[in-house]
Ligand binder design. Structure first.
Ligand code: 0L1
Ligand code: MG
Length: 273
């Protein structure tokens, strides 16, 4: 893909983020867009956001369950970037107006205490670099209209990431078999989904292995201090205004995400109300 098209696609997605209005898939205009091109479009936006002063806090790994990989006809996950302002406080209502069409996923996240520099890393390196596992929910969102995207579209769109809420109970990874850690997701007090860590590539640490080796293949280090959303334990559940979700995990405690009934005005957001 030439630089002009790449910049233009990056600008369209940046604008969709800014205006909270979804766009038609990029692949409608560029059906031959490769996965590498799609990551270049993603990085185009990441560079712009960094230049505006936002700080990268870590990464999300997506497309980690057999069901979603079958839906996209892929056998590998993808990844997107997390900025620190995407980590939201679960004790306060989340502004529904931040998103276009939000959905929620319970996930196990990891905090790293050592740099990981692939490629060629093994699970031994991953285990050695993890500080702790922690409960989380990812709020996914798509800047592509009605979630009707192909794989390159979602990769270009920062892997459809919106925001995340982290739990408060760090767990050493030798304290439980994370593939067997179960989770129940409730919406407004009713159970809407349940699953276990094995839904994430067989074991959530496999997501970290994929991420560190994939970044490494592009000459990038996964730095100490990063938080990594490893992938969903259940199918994604649509979020409506006023919804209150609780994800309760074995060993990891629970995470709550409640959403405002109305989008907050810019003044309210500034005043922190
Ligand atoms: O690109 C993606 O990862 C889209 C899927 C979003 C759901 C997920 O986080 O797996
Ligand atoms: Mg996810």
């Amino acid at each position: 893909m030439d630089k002009t098209t790449l910049d233009r696609f990056g600008a369209r997605l940046l604008d969709a983020h800014r205006t909270r209005s979804a766009i038609t898939p990029l692949t409608a205009e560029a059906p031959g867009m490769s996965i590498d091109d799609a990551y270049r479009v993603q990085l185009n936006q990441i560079s712009q956001w960094e230049s505006e002063g936002r700080t990268i806090a870590g990464f999300k790994v997506g497309l980690t369950s057999k069901a979603i990989q079958a839906q996209f006809g892929v056998d590998k996950p993808d990844f997107g970037h997390l900025f620190s302002d995407m980590i939201l406080d679960g004790s306060r209502p989340i502004d529904i107006g931040r998103f276009i069409s939000p959905r929620i996923e319970p996930e196990i996240s990891f905090a790293l205490r050592k740099d990981l520099k692939g490629p060629g890393l093994t699970i031994v390196d991953i285990v050695d670099a993890v500080d702790y596992a922690i409960a989380s929910v990812e709020i996914i969102d798509s800047r592509i209209k009605d979630w009707k995207f192909t794989l390159p579209d979602t990769i270009a769109d920062n892997a459809s990431c919106g925001a995340l809420v982290l739990g408060t109970t760090p767990l050493r990874i030798d304290a439980a078999d994370l593939s067997l850690v179960g989770c129940v997701l409730s919406r407004n007090g009713e159970v809407v989904a349940s699953g276990a860590g094995a839904a994430v590539l067989g074991h959530p640490l496999q997501s970290l292995l994929f991420l560190a080796n994939t970044l490494g293949a592009h000459g990038r280090t996964l730095p100490a201090g990063s938080v990594v959303l490893a992938g969903a334990l259940t199918a994604a559940v649509p979020v409506a205004p006023g919804d209150r979700f609780t994800a309760t995990f074995a060993h990891l405690g629970s995470v709550t995400a409640s959403f405002t009934e109305q989008p907050r005005s810019a003044e309210q957001t500034k005043a922190g109300s």
